[in-house]
Design a protein around this ligand. Structure first.
Ligand SMILES: [Ca+2]
Length: 489
């Protein structure tokens, strides 16, 4: 599957679609396309049957067959919050100041444990589409700050970022995907809901569709909790994988992914029932790599690492003007905002001038040369940064004597600014021929390594230098630290 390249017929079809578009005015009766993003949480590159994995995914498979499947698509970061910040803004997440996951506020106390959020000074995809006349709605996991806001955590909320409606949770579904108790609707807690999170989220999205204004296009950002822990899956699906010989933990995980696929199927069926399939762009992806028992396939590493397994994720998209085929162009979640701006015919060029780029010309021409390389950064885990330029992937690190941690303290902000200059160890991989990153070319290609290292340091220094400085973070002293239970490589 990874050897496949773009289908020639898809290119011809796409070029024809473009030439048709340019040949005359769009019919007055034609609305802008609806846009739907379906985001999985911690789903690995090797989990879905669609990507050669063990979890049955017939509905995602159908979506892929209708449109584009990308083999080299990346999350913006190897962990939830910065990944979502990049997706929402089209920016490298380093510039948003969200360098690791945002710790969830404990419901029983309001401490300054995690005073980090997506600033409403950064324009988002939802704001772009709302300004273009779309109805906008968020469903599921938020994880870009406190949700709902509180007096001690007065963080921007979905409406501050362009969403007309929001039904979801601050971070994971709690206590698990089964019968979650932590959903809120438009800022008001709704109490326990019976069922599984993926189905609950889709039920609410379908209900929204039924009451929408049919004369105005819509944007759905549906951020599923599956298959992030703590997982829970329907018994009948678990049994199927247990009977197929998987151990209990793996069976529950695979059942969880299949339940996610089933929920997506119900949503796609609802679109079809409302005759919306032909007018709706549907994009499916994951926010970062997996943790065990999830699978990154043959990619190296997993969640929390900037090796491929932590950042490369499944991606399929279908709908108006999405070419059909399997594509190997390097692409990222930061490209979605510029791509959607083009698909939705948003006239303001400012939306195209993000760190991400519109993917349409790349899919059309099979170009691989982006104006800027893709860059990843993750706080306090080694390696600390990576860059992809063409088929080269550079992985950068330095020996950080401080313990690994997920949490960011006040003192860390100065350390982060110094990190680009400290990077002194580089690995270089030809990712097309060495997708599992086992053959380090750095010693054999010193000039290339040096050039890419300089580029990476420059981009990181620029982006990190623009980030907000958080004023209310606690001190590192006494901070909980995790040293032992992180993946090493
Ligand atoms: Ca995640």
């Amino acid at each position: 599957m990874m050897k496949l390249t773009k289908l020639a017929t898809a290119v011809i079809g796409f070029v024809f679609a473009l030439s048709t578009m340019n040949a005359g005015p769009v019919l007055a009766s034609e609305m802008k396309p609806n846009v739907v993003i379906l985001l999985a949480d911690d789903l690995g590159y090797g989990d879905l049957a669609t990507y050669g994995g063990k979890a049955q995914s017939p509905n995602i498979q159908t979506l892929a067959a209708r449109g584009a499947m990308l083999t080299d698509f990346y999350a913006a970061a190897p962990v939830c919050s910065p990944s979502r910040a990049g997706l929402m803004t089209g920016m490298f997440p380093m510039a948003t100041g969200i360098h690791t996951y945002i710790r969830a506020r404990r419901p029983d106390r309001d401490l300054a444990e995690e005073q980090v959020w997506l600033s409403d000074s950064f324009p988002t995809m939802a704001e772009m589409l709302k300004a273009a006349g779309y109805q906008t709605a968020h469903f599921g996991k938020w994880h870009l700050g406190a949700y709902p806001a509180t007096a001690s955590h007065p963080h921007p909320q979905p409406p501050d970022h362009g969403f007309d409606y929001s039904f979801g949770t601050p971070n994971n579904a709690a206590p698990s995907h089964r019968n979650p108790t932590n959903f809120s609707r438009n800022g008001k807690p709704v109490g326990e809901i019976k069922g599984f999170s993926a189905q609950i989220v889709v039920d609410d999205a379908i209900a929204w569709l039924r009451r929408r204004d049919p004369d105005t296009p819509f944007f759905h950002y549906i951020a599923f909790h599956e298959p992030h822990s703590p997982i829970a899956s329907p018994d009948h699906l678990i049994e199927r994988y247990t009977e197929a010989g998987f151990d209990p933990a793996k069976a529950e995980y695979l059942a969880n992914v299949e339940n996610l696929d089933a929920a997506i199927g119900r949503y796609l069926d609802a679109l079809a029932d409302m005759a919306l399939t032909e007018s709706t762009i549907v994009i499916f992806l994951s926010d970062n790599g997996p943790i065990k028992p999830g699978s990154a396939g043959k990619l190296r590493g997993e969640k929390n690492l900037v090796y491929e397994g932590g950042i490369r994720v499944p991606f399929v998209a279908a709908g108006p003007e999405i070419p059909k085929g399997v594509f190997s162009v390097p692409a990222s979640a930061i490209d979605l905002l510029p791509t959607i701006s083009e698909l939705a015919g948003v006239d303001d060029d400012n939306w195209r001038e993000r760190d991400g780029v519109s993917l349409l010309p790349f899919l059309q021409e099979a170009a691989t040369n982006r104006p800027r390389p893709l860059v990843w950064f993750f706080y306090r885990n080694k390696p600390q940064a990576a860059l992809r330029s063409g088929d080269y992937v550079l992985v950068a690190s330095f020996d950080d004597p401080k313990p690994r941690t997920h949490f960011i303290a006040a003192e860390d902000q100065e350390d982060i600014l110094q990190m680009p200059a400290k990077l002194d160890t580089f690995e270089l991989y030809d990712i097309r021929n060495d997708p599992d990153q086992t053959d380090d070319l750095a010693a054999r290609l010193p000039a290339t390594t040096r050039m890419l290292a300089l580029e990476l340091k420059k981009i990181l220094a620029n982006e990190l230098g623009e980030a907000p400085v958080w004023g209310r973070l606690p001190s590192r002293k006494g901070w909980p630290q995790r040293v032992q239970n992180w993946p090493q490589e």
